[in-house]
Design a protein around this ligand. Sequence first.
Ligand code: MN
Length: 142
Amino acid sequence: MPRSGRGPMKKRSSHARPQATVRKKILVVEDDATSMKFLSLLLEGAGYEVFQATYSLPALFRVVRNAPDLILADLQMPIMNGLDLIRQLKGHRDTAHIPIVVVTASDDAANQKAAFEAGCVGYHTKPVDARELLKQVAGLVK
Ligand code: MN
């Protein structure tokens, strides 16, 4: 009788997989390397799976490819700014449902108003209050 460690008994049915391995996915869109590193480490430390895009155009590809549960978006970025990115995503039926939280250096009231009008659901100014940001993110992805 042949010995085999690869018989059907070894197979796991998919429902036996622990739920804890299913991490929520967050896309960070940020052109500043220091901010990107800070936000990524913060989110990974909180247990999220992080995807990065250094400006808006690669962010659109990331959204299609990785289907994030939430997006953190900077406002001031080259080629297509964060406001236009939000408008693009909110204007498309496949992406309109994804919550977008702005993380920006701008505390300008007009920018903030425009961002909410474009469809973001949160607005955090740098330096970011990590606790507040994580609290909001957790509420939005659950
Ligand atoms: Mn920027």
